[in-house]
Design a protein. Structure first.
Length: 242
């Protein structure tokens, strides 16, 4: 098949006014090949939306998997973030974290489900994020288990505050979590300091297993970079969408 077919897509840019965030948030909606508004679709909600599309190439990869490998068609909702306040929104101790989570659950989800033919059950909503995007995705599921039960975390920044949150849980058998971490992520430099993400993910894995999480945990050769996550995306998408 000509590779150009993988780059054909319907991408809709939405502007969602948010009373919670007191701003308008940019959202990118990618419709799958063969899209039919009479059908209903699962949804992949991506943090760092612009990066997931431009660097993760999530739309191109999903299109290829749908056309060539029988992946179930899904709608992508890529939620943009202002990098200047990303840590404040995605980190549990951030000043905008609680507001961002409320925006996601009480404004974004209703907007998408009102305007697009998506399935409205937790099993059909997949949260995806890299680094701190993985962190906020996991916390969204913990805070809103009636909405979210499936999380894809690519090198999640599962540091002290997240581990403390998990310690407060006793049974996470309802949660399905796909965790990927690179073996070369032992000294990851962030705006908050340098962290051993590999060790943090291993500790988080243990906490999750103790609470009966439906966990898929992978350690692969790779660094804390989009090149690594992009390479691993096909396996992650297959995990959730067959």
């Amino acid at each position: 098949m000509n590779d150009s077919i993988y780059y054909k897509r319907t991408l809709i840019k939405e502007k969602l006014p948010s009373a919670v965030l007191q701003e308008t948030r940019s959202i990118r909606i990618v419709l799958p090949p063969g899209y039919n508004e009479l059908l209903t679709y699962p949804v992949l909600y991506c943090q760092d939306g612009e990066d997931f599309i431009n660097f993760g190439r999530v739309a191109t990869i999903m299109t290829r998997l749908i056309l060539d490998e029988g992946l179930e068609p899904a709608i992508i909702v890529a939620v943009d973030v202002d990098k200047a306040v990303r840590t404040e929104e995605y980190a549990p101790e951030g000043s905008r974290f609680s507001a961002y989570c409320r925006f996601f659950a009480t404004e974004l989800i209703p907007f998408v489900e009102e305007h697009y033919p998506v399935r409205k059950n937790p099993e059909s909503r997949i949260l995806a994020g890299d680094s701190l995007g993985g962190t906020v995705s996991l916390h969204l599921a913990l805070e809103y288990p009636d909405l979210f039960k499936r999380v894809m975390a690519l090198s999640g920044a599962f540091l002290g505050s997240t581990q403390e949150r998990l310690l407060s849980e006793q049974d996470l058998s309802w949660l399905e979590l796909y965790m990927l971490i690179g073996l070369q992520e032992e000294n990851v430099e962030t705006t908050r300091g340098t962290f051993d993400f590999l060790a943090a993910n291993r500790s988080t894995r243990d906490l999750l297993e103790q609470r009966s999480t439906r966990l898929t945990y992978l350690e692969e050769e790779g660094k804390h970079l989009w090149g690594f996550w992009q390479q691993q995306l096909p396996s992650a998408l297959h995990h959730f969408l067959g």
